[in-house]
Design a protein around this ligand. Structure first.
Ligand code: FRU
Length: 487
């Protein structure tokens, strides 16, 4: 089984990938405007950066099926963050230091080159893991050359082999990297390294936070500064679920605080906040746009979870890129402006709904953007059903009694085999709410009140479940909606 999962593309049987691609292309859940793998499994976004006049983005890719095994970096580029050009494989694993996968990492544009930092995953004959932090360099022609030896060849003393996902940045003429790590006592943390030339790296120490025992491993860290705040993104694994928090199998979130001094890494920060309040979101990574905006993109999926597309030979996609800002101490996330380039026909619907549900004639579809202003009037509960069919619907509503925005995928279509529930809630005290939905063939991303919260979900409805309805219970609610079809 392992040998099968760790095959390289050069080991493919004749027509294996072509046959798999046929199966994948027949899947009713192929997305129309999200980055997805041609076959097999996509996970983390990697190497996100702006270089040589365009955005470069890579993702973790296992070609042969919807399983985690040998990982490639697959490369796409864009000038607007919504139309992506397929550039093929970026980093191929299989060398001495990445024999079992080119795992996640980041990019830094420097000296007319794009430096790509990644974790080389290896296993010995006893299946013991040994991670190496590796470097590959892309030139202006787009050729990527792997550096022959690792830049960091082992975890420092005191940490296990769960040591990966370098994110590199430059500050005051020096380079720094944060890496996800696990202490010997099986708790997660972030380690900091420094370099003067991007090749020779030395260990500074552990980034001291107030979270000494917060999950068994921290994956995919990212550190950046925004509006004079320091922000650390990371994915703590294995946090116990709490009421309306940490309900997914692993979490993706951030700490916000004073900017860190990387050479004396002590982080004064507030509470850990989830980046997304929906179901399927992990391993987010950011970069700076040429005009100084902080852009985030995430994996619209989770580790250790099966998905209905598995039976079609593929799994997962990336989220839309989001622009970050800070307001009143919280991180706002808005879809990048470029999404407007996807807009085609426009439709509108305005209704006062009296204690009933109305199926809309004027709005339907399976790939669209919908902006809806919902005014609760005196309703106890009111919201939108979308991707509705005879027996299916996904519900997004406000419950004015418990004061929650609720996303319910109980009846969305094919279901997930997990036990983390089919409802997510976001606590909000409001009478008027703006909901901005991005619906694709098998997903929805919901931006609440200009990005104060985002709820992301994969959903797996039948192809003809294309309806949209407004509903209210226990009183009236007013809906003013604009829809743009995306195809
Ligand atoms: C997170 C992760 C990373 C690792 C990569 C392997 O989803 O486990 O920590 O580098 O995926 O694909």
């Amino acid at each position: 089984m392992n040998a099968d999962k760790y095959r390289l593309l050069s080991d493919a049987a004749p027509n294996e990938l072509e046959n798999l691609a046929k199966q994948v292309n027949a899947s009713p859940w192929r997305q129309h405007y999200h980055i997805q793998p041609s076959t097999g499994l996509l996970n983390d976004p990697n190497g996100f950066g702006y270089y040589n006049g365009r955005y470069h983005l890579f993702y973790q890719w296992h070609p042969f099926g919807p399983v985690h095994g040998m990982k490639y970096w697959y490369h796409v580029t864009s000038t607007d963050l919504v139309h992506w050009k397929d550039m093929g494989i970026g980093i191929e694993p299989g060398g001495e230091y990445d024999s079992h996968g080119a795992y996640s990492g980041s990019a830094l544009a420097q000296d007319e080159k794009l430096y790509l930092f990644y974790t080389g995953n290896t296993r010995d004959k006893d299946w013991m893991r040994q991670p190496y932090q590796c470097l590959a360099v892309m030139d202006q022609e787009g050729h990527i050359t792997k550096h022959e030896i690792p830049i960091i060849d082992a975890p420092p003393a005191g940490y296990t082999a769960h040591f990966r996902d370098p994110k590199v940045w430059k500050a005051a003429g020096r380079y720094y990297a944060v890496l996800g790590a696990q202490r010997l006592n099986k708790t997660g943390c972030v380690l900091i390294y420094k370099s003067d030339d991007l090749h020779t790296w030395s260990f500074i120490g552990e980034l001291k936070t107030s979270l000494a025992d917060f999950g068994y491993m921290w994956e995919c860290p990212d550190y950046f500064e925004l509006d004079e705040k320091g922000i650390l993104l990371f994915c703590p694994q294995g946090l116990p679920a709490e009421k309306d928090r940490f309900e997914n199998v692993h979490q993706a979130g951030y700490l916000m605080g004073e900017p860190i001094a990387p050479e004396k890494p002590h982080f004064q920060h507030g509470n850990f906040m989830e980046l997304d309040r929906g179901f399927d979101f992990y391993a987010a990574q950011t970069t700076l746009s040429p005009d100084g905006k902080r852009i985030l993109i995430g994996w619209m999926g989770l580790p250790d979870t099966d998905y209905p597309t598995d039976m079609h030979g593929w799994a997962h996609c990336l989220t839309l890129p989001r622009e970050l800002s800070i307001k009143d101490g919280i991180l706002l996330q808005q879809p990048v402006k470029g999404v407007e380039l996807l807009r085609k026909e426009k439709y509108t619907a305005s209704h006062i709904v009296h204690n009933t549900k109305i199926q809309l004639e004027e709005i339907k579809g399976s790939s669209y953007e919908l902006i809806c202003e919902l005014c609760m009037d005196d309703a106890a509960k009111a919201g939108i059903s979308f991707r509705t069919g005879d027996t299916e619907e996904t519900q997004l509503y406000y419950d004015a009694v418990s004061k929650y925005v609720v996303l319910d995928r109980t009846r969305s279509g094919a279901t997930m085999k997990n036990d983390s529930g089919s409802v997510r809630r976001y606590a909000l005290d409001a009478t008027k709410i703006t909901l901005r939905l991005f619906v694709d063939q098998s997903s929805v991303e919901i931006f609440i009140n200009d990005g104060e919260a985002v709820m992301t979900a994969r959903i797996f409805p039948a192809k003809d479940s294309n309806g949209v309805a407004f509903f209210s219970e226990g009183g009236n609610a007013t809906f003013n909606a604009v829809q743009w079809l995306y195809r």
